[in-house]
Each structure stands twice: as structure tokens, then as C-alpha cells.
Write a protein that binds this ligand. Structure first.
Ligand SMILES: NC(=O)c1ccc[n+]([C@@H]2O[C@H](COP(=O)([O-])OP(=O)(O)OC[C@H]3O[C@@H](n4cnc5c(N)ncnc54)[C@H](O)[C@@H]3O)[C@@H](O)[C@H]2O)c1
Ligand SMILES: O=C(O)C[C@H](O)C(=O)O
Length: 310
């Protein structure tokens, strides 16, 4: 299996590192526009192989897409991260052009690749890649839900003093402050979370999750990378190993949840064909209202992209 990661910055390099040391792909290409940057990162990662005992090959390339030819999966992380005070949507002006040109190049050399978008604003950059790639939407989708649920699960694990391994959760909607964590679908070792935590504490964790990206931006001056890189690698693993994992993924909706022509986070089954199924949950009226609100927020930014005439 060959996997390309475009953008060798914080998220891209972390993703490539996880793919390599967990031997998720045997050939990993890191590509960046900055001269020598991807080569340097790839060399550093590859030099961990004798220490971490793996044999996945990691190579780097400065914008030479011929090196990415015939990739099975491509992860796109290229683009600016936000700084304190910015929203993810503020990145659209720069990142849309980047995601479009990268997707064009990727499709030219790997027409059958499955494409996982990470660049922000996530839902709209995934839409941008889909419009550019002109392939089945089951092969173009975005990473956000695994990260957002990981934050939610980590906060719950701290609060309840239990292993994060035992916390399962579903989160839907856009990758922004309108995301919709679903306590009704959150369990701890099979026990509904609502039986283990007071409502006000759970509400506070949900609110913290919604702004979890911003919390890190404020602390670091740039956005997160360890959890995002690992989350993207987990999606790649589900695809290359045909694991049929159930994850929240930013997917193209065509009537599911009463929503059409929009990229939004929903639970899916992920396997060798990409999105193998979108799972439709029975939402309560309140949950559906929150999802609709999130969809409206994403649609507004999709309209901005449409107006850019890239
Ligand atoms: N979906 C998510 O949950 C999630 C999580 C974290 C970060 N992100 C987003 O991922 C993106 C990357 O974040 P980061 O922290 O790695 O940023 P970074 O600045 O560390 O890395 C971005 C890299 O992209 C490269 N790049 C820019 N234009 C390029 C082009 N045309 N072709 C190839 N490479 C190009 C840059 O040279 C840089 O090395 C940001 O947009 C960020 O907002 C999304
Ligand atoms: O918050 C950001 O800008 C990056 C990313 O979307 C995140 O949630 O960490």
C-alpha cells in the first residue's frame, strides 16, 4: 500500500510518523511546497525505523507529484493553520486555492486514490477537493469527527477517572463551534454516560469539546497536531486494512438526515472502498435541530467557496 501525505508541517509529519511506526502503509511519501522541507522530515522519520523497529519506507518530495503516482490513499494537510483570534473559516481565502491545486495534482497522478482532507475549514475544504477531483464522493471525505470525539472522550476519561479506551461516543455536524456531541450515544464500558456524571458536568464537557481546537490554539499560538495526525492515520488504517471501522467522518450527504448536497460529519463505515455506508441514526427533535443549525453554518461557508469561482 502506498500513502501520500501532502503538507509536511505539524499535522502531516505527525500523520506520516504514525503511519510509518505502526506499519500502516509500506510506502509513505511526504510532499510539501517548501524546498527540502518534506525531504528533511521524511529523513528524520525514516531514521526512527531502526529505533522503533519498522520497515515502512518514508520519502519526501518538494512538489514533485510524480513521486506520489499510484497512491492508494492521499491525506491532504497542506494549508495555513489558524492563529489565536481567528476562526477556521477565516482560512478559506488561502486554503481553498491550496487544496484545489493539490487535489488537481494528486488526481493527475493517482486517479483512483481515496482522498482524506484535513485542511481547514474542514467541511468546506473537503467540498473543494470533491469539486476538483470529480470522483465518487465515497472516495473524498474529511477528518474531524475522530479528533472531536477523541477530545470529548479524553475530557470524560479525566472527569470520570476511567480509561479513555472504554469511552465510546458519537459526534455529528460541522467541524466548528456548532458541532453536535450526542450524550445519548455516549457510553462508558457499555453504561450510558448520563448514569455516571451529573448533567451540569456533562454539559461543561460538551461545551469544552466544541471549542477544543480553539483551546489549543490559544495555548500554542498555532493549532493542534498530535491528535489530528493520529486521527488521520487511523482513518488511513481503516481504509488500507479494510477494517470496516465505524467513525464520524465528514461525508457528502444526499438526503441522509434530511440534508442534501453538503459535506457534514456523520457516522460511517470506513473500509477499502472509502465510505462504505453512511449510518442514519434516529435523532430526537432537539438533536436534529442542532444538526440543522450546524448544517446551515457549513452551507454558508460552502456558498463563500462557490462564490470564489476557483
Ligand atoms: N481537520 C482537523 O481536525 C484539523 C486538525 C488540525 C489542523 N487542521 C488543519 O490542517 C492544516 C495544516 O495544519 P498544520 O498545523 O500542519 O500547519 P503547518 O503550517 O505546520 O503545515 C502546513 C504545511 O502545508 C504546506 N503547504 C502550503 N501550501 C502547500 C501546497 N500548495 N502544496 C504542498 N504543501 C503546501 C506548508 O509548506 C506547511 O509545511 C491547517 O489548515 C489546519 O487548520 C485540521
Ligand atoms: O482548531 C483548529 O484550527 C485546528 C483543528 O481544526 C482542531 O480542531 O484542532
Amino acid at each position: 500500500m502506498k500513502v501520500t501525505v501532502v503538507g509536511a508541517g505539524n499535522v502531516g509529519a505527525t500523520c506520516a510518523d504514525v503511519l510509518a511506526h505502526r506499519e500502516i502503509a509500506n510506502e509513505i511519501v511526504l510532499l510539501d511546497i517548501k524546498e527540502g522541507f518534506a525531504e528533511g522530515k521524511a529523513l528524520d522519520i525514516w531514521q526512527t525505523a531502526p529505533i522503533n523497529l519498522y520497515d515502512s519506507r518514508v520519502t519526501g518530495s518538494t512538489n514533485d507529484y510524480s513521486k506520489t503516482a499510484d497512491s492508494d490513499v492521499v491525506v491532504i494537510t497542506s494549508g495555513l493553520p489558524r492563529k489565536p483570534g481567528m476562526s477556521r473559516d477565516d482560512l478559506i481565502a488561502t486554503n481553498a486555492g491550496i487544496v484545489k491545486s493539490v487535489t488537481d495534482n494528486i488526481i493527475k497522478y493517482s486517479p483512483n486514490a481515496i482522498i482524506v482532507i484535513v485542511s481547514n475549514p474542514l467541511d468546506v475544504m473537503t467540498y473543494c477537493a470533491y469539486l476538483t477531483a470529480k470522483v465518487d464522493s465515497k472516495k473524498v471525505f474529511g477528518m474531524a469527527g475522530i479528533l472531536d470525539t477523541a477530545r470529548y472522550r479524553a475530557f470524560l476519561a479525566t472527569e470520570l477517572n476511567v480509561s479513555p479506551k472504554d469511552i465510546q461516543a458519537v459526534l455529528m455536524g460541522g467541524h466548528g463551534d456548532t458541532m453536535v456531541p450526542l450524550p445519548r450515544y455516549t457510553t462508558v464500558g457499555g453504561i450510558p454516560v448520563t448514569e455516571l456524571i451529573e448533567k451540569d458536568k456533562l454539559d461543561a464537557i460538551i461545551e469544552r469539546t466544541k471549542v477544543g481546537g480553539g483551546e489549543i490554539v490559544k495555548l500554542l499560538g498555532t493549532s493542534a497536531w498530535y491528535a489530528p495526525g493520529a486521527a488521520a492515520a487511523q482513518m488511513v488504517e481503516a481504509i488500507v486494512r479494510d477494517q470496516k471501522r465505524v467513525f464520524p467522518v465528514c461525508a457528502w450527504l444526499q438526503g441522509e438526515y434530511g440534508l442534501k448536497d453538503i459535506y457534514l460529519g456523520v457516522p460511517v463505515i470506513l473500509g477499502k472502498n472509502g465510505i462504505e455506508k453512511i449510518i442514519e441514526l434516529q435523532l430526537t427533535e432537539d438533536e436534529k435541530a442542532l444538526l440543522d443549525e450546524s448544517a446551515t453554518a457549513v452551507k454558508d461557508v460552502m456558498n463563500v467557496l462557490d462564490g470564489m469561482n476557483l
